[in-house]
Design a protein around this ligand. Structure first.
Ligand SMILES: Nc1ncnc2c1ncn2[C@@H]1O[C@H](COP(=O)(O)OP(=O)(O)OP(=O)(O)O)[C@@H](O)[C@H]1O
Ligand SMILES: [Mg+2]
Length: 467
């Protein structure tokens, strides 16, 4: 977003003192911030310190002429937009200055028409602002391949960025695939932010963590009394995403009955709340994400093929981190910066042997795992360099063997030396065994929500892949 620009800075360069101060005073009256220099040499120093947007310069000066000054500035980035003051009749010089040396325009001196200068300054200021803006955009685009919050330097991620940028402006349905933690949600947000819908809402719904009725009500909304427990009318996420984007996350886990209803909504472009009578016209962009390819689910009849084709208009596969280790350096430094901000820490860098271990590791949990490892390390280190000692015990080496934590009588025995996480995992596994893998029952016994249980199992799944 553009903020109001601060006062335009103007540098006046002239060797004649009365001329210089007179001009400076007048320009100041027009509301500019003004500094002066008596020759080209001094001007160069002032430009470095004062960073003027616009420069008004005389040509004939001792030590360094205006022409030499412009010549020097030609190769500098951030050079001011320059107006040259020419003596009467030297139009040819002036044109050469503009043509060869990049001067913006010229003015005859002495100034007979101050309003000409006033106008010219306004245009020069606008020109400087445009140049600055263009430079900033260019920097943003080229900077390590940054796209929204997505970072990546590898060829593989550059391809992903290109796809994201191509598809964003359209309304095409996008299917993002990739292992857990590869950045599917981030990519979906980037598509939304790069589209014309960026001012509209971005609504994400996780299709895995919910029983059927709840999911349908989350998706399509419900009227009061539509089912037991529907005590109040509620808008669904399609309605909430009106004029924006909806992300259907973990789409592969959507119950088959819900899939049929979803397909209807996508085909009609209209939605009706559960128990509702009227339909609501939708203008929503749909992005779906899945970490397991859907072909298996389709073959096994768990996923509707027609819905798949609806959603998979524009596929974007996200490569796992182990296939793009070139990204580790830029990702680590971007995440480090973010985590320093989050935890008010001052970790400055990551030691090379830590980066070596990062490169040797295969990252089953992908960028999320990298973020978690860095987060722990940043908190431990607090400041200075991030060192190997700040990595989780056993990182990248042999994992601590899964403990036999149960006694013969089926009780849990946890010896000292295990982390809370390991103990928690053992308890969850034992409980699941007890419920014969009924997750609803297990969650009840453990006193956590099904969603929490689901997330934890997913985490363990990722860790198991690491071993
Ligand atoms: N290219 C990237 N640049 C910067 N951060 C990233 C990138 N990819 C992922 N991340 C970070 O990694 C974490 C996981 O990303 P995200 O939630 O988008 O992954 P996901 O693929 O949706 O995972 P899941 O399948 O488990 O839901 C987030 O903290 C995200 O900010
Ligand atoms: Mg996700």
């Amino acid at each position: 977003m553009e903020t109001e620009r601060q006062v335009t800075r103007v540098l006046v360069v002239d060797d004649e003192e009365s001329q210089r101060t007179g001009l400076a005073g007048r320009i100041r009256l027009w509301g500019y911030s003004v500094e002066t220099a008596a020759d080209g040499q001094e001007a160069l120093e002032k430009i470095a310190a004062f960073e003027p947007h616009v420069m008004v310069t005389d040509l004939n000066m001792p030590r360094m002429t205006g022409g030499e000054l412009l010549q020097r500035l030609k190769t500098q980035t951030n050079a001011p937009v320059s107006i040259v003051l020419t003596a009467h009749g030297s139009l040819e010089t002036a044109v050469n200055m503009m043509h060869d040396l990049g001067a913006f325009w010229y003015l005859d001196k002495p100034l007979t028409e101050p309003r000409a200068l006033e106008l010219l300054l306004q245009r020069a200021a606008a020109q400087s602002q445009l140049e600055e803006h263009a430079e900033r955009l260019e920097r943003q685009l080229s900077y390590q391949g940054l796209l929204g919050e997505m970072v990546g330097a590898s060829g593989k991620m550059q391809e992903v960025f290109a796809l994201v940028q191509q598809v964003a402006p359209s309304r095409a349905a996008v299917l993002i695939t990739g292992e857990s933690g590869t950045g599917k949600e981030l990519a979906a947000r980037a598509i939304h932010m790069l589209s014309g819908r960026r001012a509209g809402p971005f609504v994400a719904i996780n299709c895995a963590a919910m029983p059927d009725t709840l999911m349908e009500s989350e998706l399509f909304g419900h009227e009061k009394g539509a089912f037991t427990g529907a005590v109040e009318r509620r808008a669904g996420c399609f309605e909430l995403a009106q004029n924006g984007t909806v992300l259907l996350d973990e789409i592969g886990d959507m119950p088959i009955a819900t899939q049929a209803k979803l397909l209807r909504v996508l085909e009609d472009g209209r939605v009706r709340r559960l128990g509702g009578k009227s339909e609501i016209q939708l203008d929503v962009r749909v992005i779906a994400a899945t970490n397991a390819p859907l072909d298996n689910a389709i073959r096994e009849g768990r996923f509707r093929e027609d819905l798949y084709y609806r959603l998979n208009v524009f596929p974007i596969p996200l490569p796992p981190l182990r296939d793009r280790k070139d990204d580790l350096a830029v990702l680590s430094s971007a995440l480090l910066e973010d985590l320093n901000r989050k935890h008010s820490t001052k970790v400055t860098d990551i030691l090379p042997d830590v980066m070596d271990r990062f490169r040797a590791y295969n990252w089953p949990g992908n960028v999320r795992e990298l973020r978690n490892v860095l987060e722990r390390a940043v908190i431990l280190a607090g400041e200075g360099s991030l060192q190997a000692q700040h990595l989780p015990p056993g990182f990248g080496g042999a994992p601590i063997p899964a403990p036999a934590l149960t006694s013969d009588s089926g009780e849990l025995r946890i010896p000292v030396g295990y982390t809370i996480e390991q103990a928690e995992r053992a308890l969850i596994e034992l409980t699941l065994e007890h419920t014969k893998h009924n997750k609803t029952r297990a969650a009840e016994i453990l006193g956590i929500s099904q969603k929490t249980l689901f997330n934890k199992l997913k985490e363990y799944g990722a860790q198991a892949g690491a071993a």
